[in-house]
Design a protein around this ligand. Structure first.
Ligand code: URA
Length: 211
């Protein structure tokens, strides 16, 4: 299946690290470290089209004109709680980014997203926003988070996840065709509980060691 709204970052390092993360026996510490490392690599791709402007600088040798990032500071928004793992990796690459959090949980019966927390930097207009959540499964949380975020009128929005399902990508595209997704892999399907198969289990539990 083709997903025009999605870029799969299929670099060998990303693939290798993702396989380590999928393994059931991988420790919490390793899982956390690997998620940070992959997130940095995903961010590298997600930020490929950031605008630049030329600035005149002085090197130890000569004056020259060199590119620097243009525009306002980036905004990274983590969907709690597992999105924090991606955020930590991305912040290594863009340490001056502003940070927001959106708290959503999945109703276990309906799998619908329920919001319990929302705090993002003010004045999102003209800012590039990246929403982070490791698992794009049903896509319901992502759709709800993006709907809420768009009320603050961000300049542009991208979505970065570790794994996506075909169902989640279709759902996201239907509701937010303007939001491009960057992921390490698109897996086969969802199970009856909305988990990604083969996936890697519950990303939050594996990241925080809560199971
Ligand atoms: N959330 C997870 O943590 N894992 C899945 O497979 C689906 C949703």
């Amino acid at each position: 299946m083709e997903f025009p709204n999605c870029t799969v970052v299929d670099h060998p390092l990303v693939k290798h690290k993702l396989t380590l993360m999928r393994r059931a026996e991988t420790s919490t510490a390793s899982f956390r470290a690997l998620l940070q490392e992959i997130s940095l690599l995903l961010a590298y791709e997600a930020f490929r089209d950031l605008k630049l402007r030329d600035e005149e600088i002085q090197t130890p040798m000569a004056k020259t004109v060199a590119p620097v990032l243009d525009g306002k500071k980036l905004v990274l928004v983590a969907i709690l709680r597992a999105g924090q793992g991606i955020l930590d990796g991305m912040l290594q690459l863009v340490p001056s980014a502003r940070v927001g959090h959106i708290g959503l949980y999945r109703d276990p019966e309906t799998l619908a997203a329920v919001e319990y927390y929302y705090r993002v930097p003010g004045q999102l207009a003209d800012r590039d926003v990246v929403v982070c959540d490791p698992m794009l499964a049903t896509g319901n949380s992502a759709v709800a988070a993006l709907q809420r975020l768009k009320r603050n009128k961000p300049g542009s929005v991208r979505f970065v996840c570790l794994l996506a399902s075909p169902e989640g990508l279709t759902n996201l595209r239907e509701h937010h065709p303007d939001v491009h997704v960057y992921t390490a892999a698109i897996d086969e399907r969802l199970d009856e509980h909305g988990y990604i198969i083969p996936g890697l289990g519950d990303a939050g539990d594996r990241l925080f060691g809560t199971k």
